[in-house]
Design a protein around this ligand. Structure first.
Ligand code: ADP
Ligand code: MG
Length: 250
């Protein structure tokens, strides 16, 4: 299987006017094609910093990353522009890249129809629920046809029930479209239910405490909601809970 992302001995120190802040220390992980990998760690441990390095927004202090493919980045906030309708929000990425071709528009129309957004294409973001907005943000990220999706706490602004439903949607879309993805969260259940692999980060300076392959789905086509009901789910929850618990006691 092809490796889409390889992170090798990555370290990051910020030099600020208040002094040095060591954020990441010798981080290693890799993402295989078709996988969803979750970075699970406490708030402020450097998860977004890792994504910023992967997208080359930030140069690491040391170590290196190898990326095999095009990256699409989806933020915690949906960043939809209120004055553009849904269609025009989705084509924004193509406009910026100057690749708003007929073929790309057809591709977007297909995504809108497949994922239940077609009737909403002429509406404005404020007319949509939080869950729908997140779905639009995902389709916008997909519109430039990335191979690897980076999702930075994409559900954290949503209420609990919406969050579960949108996680299911997002999971299905990623798998249907054959994308590979790195998801960032501090929610244990979300990490287990969404991922093929969970990388547990310590508090700052973040190191990789442990990496877990989640084998709850076997070959079945289970969604995250269904995966939460698989008997083995609790075993992973207990293990990861202990890992996170040790943040407090150290
Ligand atoms: P997380 O996403 O896990 O919540 P971040 O990666 O956003 O954590 O931040 C990790 C730490 O690095 C925080 O203490 C944050 O204040 C600090 N930090 C992030 N970016 C910068 C920067 N450009 N300069 C200085 N400090 C930063
Ligand atoms: Mg963050």
């Amino acid at each position: 299987m092809q490796q889409m992302v390889n992170v090798n001995d990555l370290s990051q120190t910020f030099y600020t006017k208040d002094g040095e802040l060591e954020v990441l220390k010798d981080i290693n992980f890799s993402l295989d094609e078709g996988q969803i990998l979750t970075l699970l760690g406490p708030s402020g441990c450097g998860k977004s910093t890792i994504l910023n390095i992967l997208t080359k927004l930030l140069n690491p202090t040391s170590g290196d990353v190898t990326i095999n493919g095009k990256i699409g980045y989806m933020f915690q906030k949906d960043h939809l522009l209120e004055w553009r309708n849904i269609m025009d929000n989705i084509t924004l990425g193509l406009e910026i890249q100057k690749s708003k071709t007929e073929q790309n528009i057809l591709q977007i129309e297909k995504l809108l129809k497949t994922y239940g957004l077609w009737e909403f294409r002429n509406m404005y973001p404020k007319e949509l629920s939080g869950g729908m907005r997140q779905r639009v943000a995902l389709i916008r990220t997909l519109s430039v046809n990335p191979d690897i999706l980076l999702l930075d706490e994409p559900f954290s602004a949503l209420d609990y029930q919406t969050r579960l439903l949108v996680s299911d949607d997002v999971y299905k879309i990623i798998k249907n479209e054959n994308k590979s993805a790195i998801l960032v969260t501090h929610d244990i259940s979300e990490a287990i239910s969404m991922s093929d692999k969970v990388v547990v980060l310590s508090k700052i300076p973040a190191t990789v405490k442990n990496t877990y392959d989640i084998d709850l789905r076997k070959n079945e086509d289970l969604t995250p909601l269904q995966t939460r009901k698989v008997p083995g789910f609790q075993k992973y929850f207990d293990i990861l809970w202990k890992e996170l618990d040790s943040y407090e006691t150290k």
